[in-house]
Design a protein around this ligand. Structure first.
Ligand SMILES: C[S@@+](CC[C@H](N)C(=O)[O-])C[C@H]1O[C@@H](n2cnc3c(N)ncnc32)[C@H](O)[C@@H]1O
Length: 206
């Protein structure tokens, strides 16, 4: 593939390995106290299981890589692109997340034999993007306008039959307006499946 913009550290597919884990093994990798949560993980796993073996996911919000690792294991032949600003790009949003932490994360992934994650240090509002995706995970800035920007910027790249996953749809807090955005903008064109007992939501195009 010829790249107009080189977004990645690796050529796509260059360092991918096949790790065929069972559903139970993938779910067992979810940290009990991590950001993802087991209920979300189960629902996301089942949604992703309906999609082809080869594909691409874009995640907004890497933080400590809990969800990123889960997606990489759930879809071992996909490339998981994960965007976070880290401190280098916007200290006010990242609460002290140092770029060195990303270095450690990448080292851990490599040590664990996980090579299908491509971290991108950028702001999702203006990161250049041009790749089709099979799944989108929105878990960055949860304010109304940020969720709107992420949704509207990246869903045009979603392949037919692709899925959008979002965190914090079920969270009611100031500055977390995922629910408000989804309910006021998406009910017409999207099937909305809240994850029972958890904060996440799964969306399919109608
Ligand atoms: C809730 S955490 C992500 C948790 C992670 N998905 C997990 O489940 O392990 C949100 C992250 O989004 C990042 N973030 C917030 N706004 C962003 C933006 N506009 N672009 C990129 N990253 C952003 C923050 O730096 C933070 O690390």
């Amino acid at each position: 593939m010829k790249w107009k913009l080189r977004l990645t550290f690796f050529e796509e597919g260059e360092r991918m390995i096949e790790r065929r884990l069972t559903r139970a093994q993938v779910l067992a990798s979810v940290r009990p106290k991590g950001y993802l949560g087991l209920d979300n993980a189960e629902a996301y796993y089942d949604a992703l299981a309906t999609l082809p073996d080869e594909g691409r996911m874009l995640e907004i919000g890497t933080r400590l890589g809990h969800s990123t690792t889960f997606f990489a294991l759930a879809k071992p032949k996909w490339v998981i692109y994960t965007i976070d600003q880290w401190k280098v790009a916007a200290p006010e949003f990242t609460g002290g997340l140092e770029l060195g932490t990303l270095g450690d994360l990448v080292k851990n992934w490599r040590t664990d034999g996980i090579f299908n994650i491509v971290p991108i240090v950028a702001n999702s509002f203006d990161v250049p993007w041009e790749l089709e995706i099979d799944a989108l995970y929105i878990d960055g800035d949860h304010t109304f306008n940020a969720v709107k920007s992420d949704f509207e910027r990246f869903t045009p790249f979603l392949k037919e039959g692709g899925v959008v996953l979002m965190d914090d749809y079920g969270t009611r807090k100031k500055d977390i307006q995922v629910f408000e955005y989804v309910e006021s903008n998406l009910v017409q064109d999207w099937i909305i499946e809240p994850v029972e007992g958890a904060r996440g939501v799964v969306l399919w195009r109608k």
